[in-house]
Design a protein around this ligand. Sequence first.
Ligand code: ADP
Ligand code: ASP
Ligand code: MG
Length: 416
Amino acid sequence: MARIVMKFGGTSVANLDRIRAVAAIVRREVDAGHSVAVVVSAMAGETNRLIELCEEAGPPAPALDARYVEHDAVVSTGEQVTSGLLALVLQNLGYRARSWQGWQIPLKTSSAHGRARISEIEDTMLGDAIDQGEVAVVSGFQGISPQGRIATLGRGGSDTSAVALAAAVKADRCDIYTDVDGVYTTDPRITKQARRIDRISYEEMLEMASVGAKVLQTRSVELAMAYKVPLRVLSSFDPPDAPGSGTLICDEEDIVEQNIVTAVTPDLNEATVTVHAIPDEPGRAAAIFTSLADAGVNIDMIVQSASREPGFANLSFTTKEADLDRAVEVLNGVKSEVGFNALQSDRNVAKISVIGVGMKSHAGVAATMFQTLANKGINIQNISTSEIKISVLIDSDAAEYAVRALHEAYGLDKAK
Ligand code: ADP
Ligand code: ASP
Ligand code: MG
């Protein structure tokens, strides 16, 4: 008998028919004698609807603001509905099932509302409950802050709820059911040439998630890696009696066949800011980035170049589109302190990343990337690298074209 955590995303629980289909997958594991905890997201589109309602009720508040606490009280409700409904459907099928909200587990988080981090899950009764044959149906995405308020874990946070729970109950595996049958070499919505990956290392999956592959929330992969939770991505649309094998996220040593490049990941939610004519002297960049950090604005790619005016520099950086207005507001607030001349921002950019552990030991990956884009006439605005990733910033109109070209150039296209 194994302990299993199963997670179902928004499309998988989009309506009662889908919830019944999920129940059929859950009962397969229960009937096989396993102890099962199920984590559910809100019905597809529901979290967006709740966020819009909050925005209508008043201007969006910055994180940590008192109004954000109420924002979390509202947006967390989508998951409460689906956990209750799935428990009801399971009960009607004759199974013992109950819903669990974040505070009932308790899944403790930081107080950074809207993007809270899980701090601990201690002494949860959930492990005992599932071992006694009760199916635990847990609301994903939510926990409880040190102040006793509901806190949410950021978009896509139910993945992280599931992995954290799997680590806490020492689950034998954590299965993430979604609307695709695994992790692909690129977003399968962009090209039919995308291939399912059988096994991918935690390290590569972490890079993929952090550069924008939506299939798993970054923090969930970090936790899986830290606690060695065997993680699988599977489709909830496969028939319950013939489940596919999905993708296993595992240690690098457990992967026999290794490509140099494993995946190409686009991120269309990027924006750039260019700060023009900053006096070229120590302390100016520090003033800029400290003010942004204090406002909770995350920065990614940074480039500094000489300005046409001698003694001055230009600085460009990327941030998430959602943070752009805040970044511009913060920088305008420190304009006289920093002494820059003008700000320019651009939302029409996309970050395209190629990822693969093989890069550690093979030369020429960057050259292939730049040559492929050059051949297609695509201009590179910014570059950043890590040991196993190269990212370039390009015009967003060219994003899909670039992804298809790179996917082919690295030999990732399906065999013809
Ligand atoms: P859920 O609601 O189940 O959490 P998400 O929408 O968050 O599902 O994630 C699944 C989606 O991730 C897929 O529909 C797919 O379009 C997208 N995706 C992006 N990159 C990849 C990739 N490399 N492999 C698989 N899916 C990807
Ligand atoms: N419902 C939340 C969201 O849409 C959490 C999740 O689906 O993982 O972001
Ligand atoms: Mg998701």
